[in-house]
Design a protein. Structure first.
Length: 167
């Protein structure tokens, strides 16, 4: 995953080759402190790297690995806009449920078959509209190597194994 996310595309003969789709559209989560989680994407992390961390890391790939795998905490001062990137605290009720059920049962509760053969979607009907509930569920899916793919037109969030996304 880090390899594909680190691919920022290239410019040759004035033609721009964008990063491959999983790198462009995958939600990424990381901690800002022990209470706050940030929801962002590879493009935003690249901007943080380029503007604030390129002198501290040899490459964007190294930066991604530190942030996504090693718990490197970005400076909170970078988040000037209170709404971007999206920040949230984990919903304690969902965290407890996850801890009590274990991931397999948690996954069964928050996923369901979609209309497509072999494709699962997030079961939003099991969630209430409590603060941080949806984001906590998607974060815990992410931590267990499942990514969310949103169909904004139909309002469906599909679940896919990360290994399938980054083949």
């Amino acid at each position: 995953m880090i390899e594909k996310l680190a691919d920022r595309g290239e410019v040759k003969n004035e033609i721009v080759r964008l990063p491959p789709p999983p790198a462009s559209f995958t939600d990424l989560y990381f901690g800002v402190n022990r209470d706050e989680i940030v929801l962002t994407n590879g493009d935003a992390l690249f901007l943080f790297y380029k503007e604030d961390y390129s002198g501290k890391f040899k490459s964007f790939k190294e930066f991604l690995s530190a942030v996504l795998n090693d718990g490197f905490v970005l400076d909170k001062k970078l988040f000037k806009n209170p709404r971007y990137p999206k920040r949230f605290t984990l919903n304690q009720k969902i965290e407890k449920e996850y801890s009590d059920l274990g991931f397999d049962q948690f996954f069964k509760k928050y996923s369901k078959p979609s209309g497509k053969k072999g494709v699962l979607q997030l079961n939003k009907s099991t969630m209430k509209s409590e603060e941080g509930e949806y984001l906590t569920v998607t974060y815990l899916m992410y931590k267990n190597k499942y990514d969310i793919s949103r169909d904004c037109y139909q309002g469906i969030d599909y679940l896919r194994k990360r290994e399938d996304s980054f083949r």
